[in-house]
Design a protein around this ligand. Sequence first.
Ligand SMILES: [Zn+2]
Length: 184
Amino acid sequence: MDIVSATENSHLESTNTATVTVTAASSTSPAPSRYESQKRRDWNTFGQYLRNHRPPLTLARCSGAHVLEFLRYLDQFGKTKVHTQMCPFFGHPNPPHPCPCPLRQAWGSLDALIGRLRAAFEENGGKQEANPFAARVVRLYLREVRDLQAKARGISYEKKKRKRPPQALPMASQVQVTNDPPAL
Ligand SMILES: [Zn+2]
């Protein structure tokens, strides 16, 4: 992967300093909502990701494939246990013992994150038809992650999704939670 500087990008909350700058610059909303500040933080995180990208990558040249690369990069900071098919707890929502399966970003977190970045892209002057976060390949990837995690964790996201938009799911805020106990 073309990622550098683990220190700068240690996790999503490392962009707090940049957020302050952006907030001060936009005087239209003196008290941004939780969603708005999260969106700004996500946008800064993505901007930082682009700046650290090798070979260099500009927003204008960013495609859906780059967005997928970003989402996979975020998985290393994930807190959600996703069992492999080999694991005896595959499909168990509450396994009784720890297992060596990998931790990933929860589907709900990624889905909400993409929603915020899609909005931020257009708010920052990006053209709707060129929005990499709205790319078909990103939608398909998210659907794949949802199905895989639903099976691996024995959880159905389908019902929840019909009731309310992804942003309203309780797990939507997981991306920024860093001191969660691992979901074992
Ligand atoms: Zn497992």
